[in-house]
Design a protein around this ligand. Structure first.
Ligand code: NAD
Length: 352
């Protein structure tokens, strides 16, 4: 068994940089060797946590003990740090959104290929239980053929922090939560995107979007509604799935929700009309209990490898990388298309 330990240096020791220490902790083959941050207070926190602190990015990159650089700075400087780190011979993990444009991302990948270093992006929400559950329901065809899905995250706390509210830093919710939801969406289907419509919201008056809604259609007929909101005092369910045989709702990250399908053993039963407002309706009456089956949401099987276990395995030539660069590129092209659709107030017909 190979027991080589890979040393990782964290560049940007803020909220997410420090959280990575918890993610790395259980992985015996990676050790946090040190941290670098441009803010003295964050360096002090690194020191208190027992890590070596570097005086500059250059000091990180010239430390021969560093095998991997993790970039957890604001989004605008990911590219320059990534390229410098790769050129210094380091493997690189970068936080999402990896870059603001797909072109910037391609520039990084080119250097990674030239330097023969591993470069990947921390799309950690591919490991989220609600996403894995959703994917499981879809893959097992519990609802028959999926024809529509809605994926949302909604809060009422506005855009957090400082740099997330500023365009120059790559702020805004499309680049923040949007990149997660869109990355998950593109893992759900192999079909190509055909059209994109979108609206960005600026309710809070910031220079960047405080949320967005996008309606995306795929070649195979699937439609998707993706929504991020920061001004929602009452929120809609995290996932809503419609298939030819049933419907599922996953209300929150705690996996509350239900699946209701047609009962294949019962012939169609005419619903009784119900009083609805000032009228009667049969169309909107609930289906009879005998004609449907109800299932609880079940916890999915977790992925075999965590993000970091996969990364080590890739360095040792034993696994394929979990987050592939062409997948990341595609998500960035989709984000660019959503910006374009919102700015031009038009539906963009484009194969993505
Ligand atoms: P943050 O503001 O809490 O931390 C960023 C840190 O980077 C700060 O301490 C800042 O001083 C430091 N910094 C800024 N410029 C630097 C530079 N040039 N060199 C070194 N340090 C620098 O922000 P955060 O919430 O930790 O976000 C950091 C990154 O992580 C962003 O890209 C964000 O999108 C991402 N993020 C990802 C997730 C996720 O779930 N994957 C969650 C939160 C944040």
């Amino acid at each position: 068994m190979n027991n080589r330990i890979y040393n990782i240096a964290i560049v940007g020791f803020g909220g997410m940089g420090s959280y990575h220490c918890q993610l790395i902790e259980p992985v015996s083959q990676i050790s946090v060797i040190g941290v670098y941050d441009t803010v003295e207070y964050r360096m002090e926190l690194g020191k208190e946590a027992g890590y070596k602190t570097y005086a500059s990015l250059d000091a990180v990159l010239t430390d021969e003990l560093v095998d991997i650089v993790l970039i957890a700075t604001p989004n605008d400087v990911h590219k320059e740090i990534a390229i410098q780190a790769l050129q210094a011979g380091k493997h690189v993990i970068c936080e999402k959104p990896v870059t603001i444009t797909s072109k910037d991302f391609d520039d990084i990948v080119k250097v990674a290929n030239e330097e023969k270093r591993v470069f990947t992006v921390h799309q950690n929400r591919r490991w989220d239980e609600d996403f894995l559950t959703t994917k499981d329901i879809i893959d097992k065809k519990t609802l028959g053929e999926l024809f529509h899905l809605e994926s949302r995250v909604q809060g009422a706390n506005g855009i957090p922090g400082d740099w997330r509210q500023l365009k120059d830093y790559g702020g805004g919710m499309l680049l923040d939560w949007g990149v997660h939801l869109l990355d998950q969406l593109l893992q759900i289907t192999d079909s190509q995107i055909e059209s994109v419509a979108a609206n960005l919201s600026y309710i809070l008056g910031t220079e960047v979007d405080d949320g967005f809604t996008s309606y995306i259609t795929f070649k195979d007929g699937l439609t998707a509604l993706i929504e991020v909101g920061t001004t929602n005092y009452v929120k809609l369910p995290r996932w809503y799935l419609k298939g030819t045989e049933g419907t599922a709702v996953i209300r929150d990250w705690d996996l509350s929700g239900e699946i209701i399908t047609r009962n294949p053993d019962v012939a169609h039963i005419e619903p009784k009309p119900i009083q609805a407002g000032q009228g009667l309706t049969k169309t909107m009456a609930p289906p009879s209990e005998q004609s449907t089956l109800k299932f609880a949401i079940e916890k999915p099987e977790l992925k075999e490898q965590s993000f970091y276990e996969n990364f080590v395995s890739v360095l040792e030539g034993k696994s394929e990388i979990a987050i592939k660069n062409d997948e990341v590129h595609r998500v960035l092209v989709l984000i660019e298309t959503i910006f374009e659709a919102a700015e031009t107030k038009s539906v963009i017909h484009r194969i993505i």
